[in-house]
Ligand binder design. Structure first.
Ligand SMILES: Nc1ncnc2c1ncn2[C@@H]1O[C@H](COP(=O)(O)OP(=O)(O)OP(=O)(O)O)[C@@H](O)[C@H]1O
Ligand SMILES: [Mg+2]
Length: 620
C-alpha cells in the first residue's frame, strides 16, 4: 500500500525532508540501544552456554560451548557415529532429512530417518523430506504458508518441517549437555542459540528461519542468526588451523591485522563467498558483499541422477521412485559415494551400481534388458558400458557432471579477485563439505596459481565451530557490507528528468510518486552500531498504525520503485497517540550492519520508543 497519493498538502513538506542520500542520517548507536539492535537482547554476562546449529542443505550438525565453566572450555561437537551405524560418510554431521508420521507428527531425523524410511514396510504411510533448505534460497514468494513436497509428492507446510528439524536438534543438544554432566543449571535465558544461514539468503528467508526456531521453542531474544561464510571466517581467523597445502599438511597461523582473506563455503546447496580483513583490534571487516550461487555439491549429484533418468526415461524413473523408495535412497547413496571417491585423475571408466529394482522395472516395462538398451540404442551408447547392474561411464561424461558447478565457482572467484576492493588478497580458503572434492581443489589451485589456496583440516566443521565463536562474541565482526540496495517509496517534487508516468499533481503542484528513497546501497559498508534513520508520518490524522513498504534492488543507484526492484516486506510503525494529528513524526532506524535487517522507532517529539516491526513474509 503506498498511501502516497492520499497525502494531504501539509504532510508533503515533512516527506521531502526524508533522507534521500545514502549514508545520510547515519548515527552511532548509544550503548543502551546496543541490545535492541544486536540480537540477542540478553546480556552476555548471563550467558552460560552458546549452542549452534549448522542447518545445511545436505548435512546438519550442532555444537556447544560452555561459558565460564571450569574444565569445559572446548567446543563440543555432536557425533552421529551411533546413528550412522559405522558407514563411511562423515559423522559430525547427519543428513538433513526428517521423517514424519502421516499426520505430520515427528518420527525421526538424520541417519535414523533415512534408515526407518528405507526399512519401513509401507513407506506411503510416512512422510520423508530431504534437501528442503533450498526452497528458502529460491522461493521469491516465500510466506509462512509456503509448502514443500514429501517423497510421495504430497505437500505439507514448509515451516512445520523446518520447525521439527530445529526442535529435534535443540532437544538432542540439551541431552548432549546433560550427558556431559555439567554441574550447572541452565535456564532458558542462560542459553544463546545460533543458527547458521547462507549469507546470500535474502531477508525473508532469514525471517522464515527465525519463525521456525521460535515455534521450535527458541525465543527470538535468545537467538542469533550467523551468516555461514562469516562463521567460517571467524573460525579461520581465530584458530591455528591445520591445512592441506599442495604437497603436504602445514599450519595456517591465526591471521595478523591487515590480512585479507577469502572464504569460499562450498556446501551441498549453495556456494557462499565472503572476503574479510582483520582490523588492528582483531575484529573482522567484510570488504565485499556476500555473493555466490546454487552451485553446491548437490548439483553434481543431480546431474548424475539426471543422466540415469535420461537413460531409463523419466516416466520409468518416476515409477521407480514411487514403488521402491528404499532402492531410490540406495541409488542416491551410491552416487554420493562415487562422487566423493573421484579424483579427476582416474584412468578407467567409472563404475556405478544400479539398484536391481530399477533394472527389473526397466525389463518388465520395456520388454528388454537395460544393458542391451543402454549399449545399443540408448542416447549415451558410446559413452558407457553395462554388465548386469554395473554401469560404466566414460571419464569425459563423469567430468561433465562437475563442469557447470566448477565453472561457476571459478568464474565467480575470478570476478572477486579482479575486484579492486580485494587488492592485496593472498589467501583463498575453501571450507564446507564440497571443498573435500579433489576435482574442485585441483581446478582452484590451477586457476589461482598466484594465491594460496588452502583447505582447513576440519573444513566441513568450520561453519559450525565458527558459529559457536560468533555466539560467544557477536562483536567479533565490526563491519559488514550491504548485499542489496534497500529503500522505501517516497513522494517528492517532480524534477526535470523524472519519468513522466510517475508525475502526479497535488493541488496543482507536480510531484514524482515513485521515488526510491535509498536507505542502504548495495556494496555500502556499515559499521556494527551504525544505523540509518528515515522519518515516517501518518497520512490521516487519526491513523494509529502506519505501514511502510520496504524494497530491495541489486542496483546501487536505484532511483525509482520500478521493475528492477522488489517489495520485500512491510514495516509497521505504531502511532497509538493521535493527538498530534498529521504532525506526528516517527524516526525509524534500520541497522544494516547486522546479519539480519533490524528496525527500531522513536517518536520525534516525545522521544519515546515506538514499536516498529518488519514483516518480510507475506502471509497470503
Ligand atoms: N570428498 C568429497 N568429494 C566431493 N564432494 C564432497 C566430498 N565430501 C563432501 N562432499 C559434498 O559436500 C556437500 C556437503 O557439504 P556441507 O556439509 O558443507 O553442505 P551443507 O552445509 O549441507 O550445505 P549448505 O551449506 O549449502 O546448506 C555434499 O554435496 C557432499 O556431497
Ligand atoms: Mg553449510
Amino acid at each position: 500500500m503506498s498511501g502516497l497519493e492520499e497525502i494531504p498538502d501539509d504532510v508533503i513538506s515533512g516527506l521531502e525532508e526524508m533522507s534521500a542520500e545514502p549514508g545520510s542520517g547515519l548515527e552511532e548507536l548509544p550503548d543502551d540501544v546496543f541490545e535492541e539492535r544486536q540480537r540477542p537482547v540478553k546480556e552476555s554476562s548471563k550467558i552460560k552456554m552458546v549452542a549452534a546449529m549448522d542447518f545445511g542443505t545436505t548435512y546438519s550438525g550442532y555444537a556447544f560451548k560452555l561459558i565460564g565453566i571450569e574444565n569445559h572450555e572446548n567446543i563440543y561437537v555432536k557425533s552421529w557415529n551411533d546413528e550412522a551405524g559405522g558407514g563411511c560418510l562423515p559423522s559430525e554431521k547427519a543428513p538433513t532429512c526428517v521423517l514424519l508420521e502421516a499426520n505430520g507428527d515427528f518420527k525421526s531425523f538424520g541417519y535414523t530417518a533415512e534408515r526407518e524410511f528405507s526399512e519401513c514396510e509401507d513407506p506411503k504411510n510416512l512422510r520423508f523430506f530431504k534437501h528442503f533448505k533450498m526452497i528458502l534460497h529460491r522461493d521469491q514468494g516465500l510466506c509462512s504458508k509456503t509448502t514443500i513436497k514429501d517423497s510421495n509428492g504430497k505437500e505439507i507446510s514448509a515451516r512445520l518441517v523446518f520447525t521439527h528439524c530445529i526442535k529435534f536438534m535443540k532437544d538432542d543438544l540439551m541431552k548432549m549437555v546433560e550427558r556431559k554432566k555439567v554441574d550447572t543449571e541452565f535456564k532458558t535465558e542462560n542459553i544463546r542459540w545460533v543458527i547458521t544461514v547462507p549469507a546470500i539468503w535474502e531477508e525473508p528467508a532469514k525471517q522464515f528461519m527465525r519463525e521456525a526456531a521460535r515455534e521450535a521453542g527458541i525465543e527470538g531474544d535468545n537467538l542469533l542468526l550467523a551468516l555461514e561464510p562469516e562463521a567460517a571466517s571467524i573460525y579461520v581467523k581465530e584458530m591455528n588451523v591445520e591445512v592441506h597445502t599442495d604437497m603436504n599438511q602445514s599450519r595456517l597461523s591465526a591471521f595478523s591485522p591487515k590480512t585479507k582473506y577469502m572464504i569460499v563455503d562450498l556446501g551441498g546447496g549453495t556456494v557462499d563467498v565472503t572476503v574479510r580483513e582483520v582490523l588492528p583490534d582483531r575484529s573482522l571487516k567484510e570488504i565485499t558483499k556476500a555473493s555466490g550461487g546454487a552451485w553446491g555439491g548437490l548439483h553434481v549429484n543431480q546431474r548424475f541422477y539426471q543422466f540415469i533418468e535420461d537413460l531409463v526415461g523419466n516416466k520409468l524413473m518416476e515409477k521407480f521412485r514411487e514403488q521402491h523408495p528404499a532402492a531410490q535412497l540406495d541409488l542416491e547413496r551410491e552416487l554420493e559415494q562415487k562422487k566423493r571417491n573421484l579424483t579427476g585423475d582416474e584412468q578407467k571408466r567409472i563404475l556405478i551400481n544400479l539398484p536391481g529394482e530399477l533394472i527389473e522395472l526397466f525389463e518388465k516395462t520395456k520388454g528388454k534388458s537395460l544393458s542391451d538398451f543402454a549399449t545399443s540404442s540408448g542416447r549415451y551408447r558410446e559413452k558407457l558400458e553395462m554388465k548386469f547392474e554395473k554401469l560404466r561411464m566414460s571419464l569425459d561424461v563423469t567430468m561433465d557432471m562437475f563442469k557447470p558447478a566448477v565453472d561457476s565457482i571459478l568464474r565467480h572467484v575470478e570476478e572477486l579477485v579482479l575486484d579492486p576492493l580485494t587488492k592485496g588478497l593472498k589467501n583463498i580458503i575453501l571450507v564446507g563439505g564440497f571443498s573435500d572434492c579433489k576435482i574442485i581443489q585441483k581446478a582452484m589451485r590451477e586457476k589461482f596459481k598466484d594465491f594460496r589456496v588452502v583447505i582447513p583440516q576440519e573444513a566441513g566443521l568450520a561453519v559450525l565451530q565458527g558459529a559457536v565463536l560468533f555466539g560467544e562474541n557477536p562483536l567479533i565482526v565490526s563491519e559488514r557490507v550491504s548485499p542489496f540496495t534497500y529503500g522505501t517509496r517516497q513522494l517528492r517534487y517532480f524534477l526535470d528528468g523524472d519519468p513522466p508516468e510517475y508525475r502526479t499533481e497535488i493541488d496543482g503542484t507536480p510531484f514524482c510518486k515513485n521515488v526510491f528513497n535509498v536507505l542502504a546501497r548495495s556494496g555500502q559498508t556499515f559499521r556494527v552500531g551504525q544505523r540509518v534513520t528515515t522519518e515516517v508520518s501518518p497520512v490521516k490524522p487519526n491513523q494509529t498504525v502506519m505501514p511502510v513498504n520496504v524494497y530491495q534492488s541489486n542496483n546501487p543507484d536505484q532511483m525509482y520503485v520500478d521493475d528492477d526492484c522488489r517489495e520485500i516486506g512491510t514495516m509497521i510503525v505504531d502511532m497509538p497517540d493521535t493527538t498530534g494529528g498529521l504532525d506526528r513524526i516517527v524516526d525509524v532506524s534500520l541497522a544494516f550492519g547486522d546479519p539480519e535487517l533490524h528496525v527500531t522507532g522513536r517518536d520525534q517529539s516525545s522521544k519515546e520508543k515506538v514499536s516498529v516491526t518488519i514483516d518480510l513474509l507475506k502471509n497470503n
